[in-house]
Design a protein around this ligand. Structure first.
Ligand code: BGC
Length: 414
């Protein structure tokens, strides 16, 4: 089932590679074609969700002593944003390998559909829920239902502001933004260069609890330079709500970037950097810069996730960096935490010591709360910066990606 969708994503990547190979790599038309191909494949993948979301019964069975016949409901937001395909695949694979039954759904970025999907999981008698929320607030009623049934809930990657959430597994979201801001600071040498430099911001989906953390991490890092005039936001658009991107959509980011470029940069004003909170938005901004920016300097563009299309852009010099989060490890933490919950073990940092993971993860009871005064114990992994210079070391050596025949990175899982 998921193979078909992953095949579509791979088809998009092939289309991307063809588009890029057709010209000088990174030219205006090529980038546009590449983005179109990615968008079409993502749409196709999304269209297939109805039939593919729910694994057939035979596919989910696979009980061993470890999982002891327990069923875990894994609710992912959408297949149209690349990373969630990886998350869903890793989680499904790892829970099954540990002997759990799984029900995996992708809800097409529709909050109502995710509520229904989770309701179905509850009626099928799941023992634990792993939920990456589309819109945390919209999930309140179904989180309350799960709580009433005493079903433990792990908020996966995105926190849900509901006290029935038992634990949170994610990366240090604020640090993601700090890494992006620091990259810009260092690339422009803000502490030494005379400047001033011009920058714009693109943030994520306001319905996603993470989006504010990413933005604040970046803004807190760059604000001192904005305040002392070394960095200038020419559009004046510095508020999260103004620079946010509905559902993290590439097209939405593209439209806004085109508008900003037309309104503030068409007179030849130089654009030095565009801080984007993630790769799907960076894809739209890169396209706008490639096609609509009049200047001939390289514009620093940040991202997050290490999506295949963005790794191509990084190699081609169209995007400068991405913050990579090893979602395979996020799935490992989620599995070990779920096991501990279902076994009734005490859960604190001893889980980390006992697990002996080969990667860093902090147990944090202070940073996240599901409501005022109700802190949510969290397991937070560590994000990392990937650039053209360390791509192979960070992504290929650990086995997350491989180098394709065309020299660009492609996913190894799926
Ligand atoms: C995730 C990011 C991702 C974004 C859009 C966020 O919640 O943490 O990794 O880029 O959603 O999918």
């Amino acid at each position: 089932m998921k193979k078909k969708t992953l095949a579509l994503i791979l088809a998009a990547c092939m289309a991307l590679s063809l588009a890029a190979c057709g010209g000088n790599g990174g030219g205006k038309d090529e980038t546009k074609a590449a983005t179109q191909a990615a968008t079409e494949a993502a749409t196709q993948a999304a269209d297939n969700q109805g039939t593919e979301a729910q694994p057939a019964e035979g596919e989910t069975a696979g009980t061993t002593a470890d999982g002891a016949g327990k069923t875990v409901g894994i609710s992912m937001p959408t297949q149209s944003l690349e990373r969630w395909n990886r998350d869903g695949a890793y989680l499904d694979e790892q829970f099954k390998a540990a002997g759990y039954n799984t029900i995996v759904t992708y809800s097409d970025n529709k909050a109502d559909q995710q509520v229904n999907d989770i309701q179905n999981m509850l009626s099928q008698g799941v023992d634990l829920l792993v939920v990456a929320a589309i819109d945390g607030e919209a999930l309140n009623p179904v989180m309350n239902d799960a709580g009433a049934d005493n079903i433990p809930i792990i908020a996966y990657d995105r926190l849900i502001m509901n006290d029935n959430v038992s634990y949170y597994v994610s990366f240090d979201n604020y640090t993601v933004g700090v890494l992006q801001g620091t990259y810009v600071k260092e690339a422009l040498d803000l502490d030494n260069a005379e400047g001033p430099f011009n920058i714009e911001f693109t943030a994520g989906d306001p319905a996603d609890n993470n989006a504010g953390y990413f933005f604040n991490g970046a803004m807190d890092t760059l604000k001192p330079y904005i305040e002392d005039g070394k960095l200038n936001v020419v559009s004046g658009q510095t508020e999260f709500d103004v620079v946010a991107t509905e559902q993290w959509q590439t097209d939405v980011a593209l439209d806004r970037a085109q508008n900003v470029l037309a309104s503030y940069y068409s007179d030849g004003t130089k654009l030095d950097a565009w801080l984007c909170s993630n790769d799907s938005t960076a894809l739209g901004v890169s396209q706008a810069v490639t096609s609509d920016y009049a200047g001939d300097n390289d514009v620093i563009i940040t991202g997050q996730d290490g999506d295949v299309a963005n790794l191509r852009n990084i190699k081609d010099g169209v995007q400068s960096m991405t913050v990579y989060k090893a979602v395979a490890n996020e799935a490992v933490v989620t599995l070990d935490l779920a096991k501990a919950i279902l076994n009734g073990d005490t859960i604190d940092e001893s889980l980390i010591t006992a697990a002996g993971w080969g990667f860093a993860c902090d147990y944090d009871t202070e940073s996240y709360a599901t409501s005022e005064g109700h802190n949510c114990p969290s397991f937070l992994l560590v994000p990392d910066v990937v650039t053209v210079d360390n791509m192979e070391e960070k992504l290929v050596t650990p086995g997350y990606y491989k180098v394709g025949d065309d020299g660009y990175l492609e996913a190894t899982n799926g």
